[in-house]
Design a protein around this ligand. Structure first.
Ligand code: SME
Length: 156
């Protein structure tokens, strides 16, 4: 796969449809998880210009910051804490249309208004989460969930 990304589309769905095979090709030829997380963060940031895109990886009872694109972020999140720790604990995607309405939301940036967190599940265990923040309220929907879960399964 070439090392440049060309993503075209008029709708979010088209953009994801276009992006997905390119991510697939990238991940297919690289076994290192950090390298893949780094490139996936870059691809998502480049395509959608999200405020913050990145990964937290599971180490014992804590998530530790992994590759990301965007402003600096908190480095450690305990299981069950914040949106990320909750997505880990429940092993399911969490969409947060309004971060102020999510009890225990961890505000790494005061500009974040909405968020989606997708767990990465390997052999039934959550090994990491993909976290995306937007400075727009209610910026994530079922389309994001469906495609981001596909992307998460490629990383797993
Ligand atoms: N908001 C997240 C913390 C991580 S940052 O958004 C990058 C949470 O509540 O878990």
């Amino acid at each position: 796969m070439s090392e440049s990304l060309i993503v075209k589309g008029d709708s979010k769905k088209e953009l994801y449809e276009n992006l997905l095979p390119q991510i697939e090709a990238l991940v297919e030829c690289e076994a290192d998880v950090i390298a893949n997380m780094a490139n996936v963060s870059a691809c998502l940031k480049d395509t959608f210009n999200f405020w913050w895109v990145g990964f937290y990886r599971v180490f014992e009872d804590t998530l530790i910051l992994g590759p990301f694109q965007g402003p600096l972020a908190c480095t450690r999140i305990r299981k069950g804490k914040g949106v990320c720790g909750t997505a880990w604990q429940e092993a399911k995607t969490i969409l947060v249309p309004d971060v102020d309405a999510f009890p225990g939301h961890i505000a790494c940036s005061s500009l974040t208004k909405s968020e989606i967190v997708v767990p990465i599940i390997n052999k039934g265990m959550v090994t990491a989460v993909l976290d995306i923040d937007s400075e727009k309220a209610d910026n994530f929907d079922e389309t994001d969930r469906i495609y981001l879960e596909k992307i998460a399964s490629l990383i797993a």
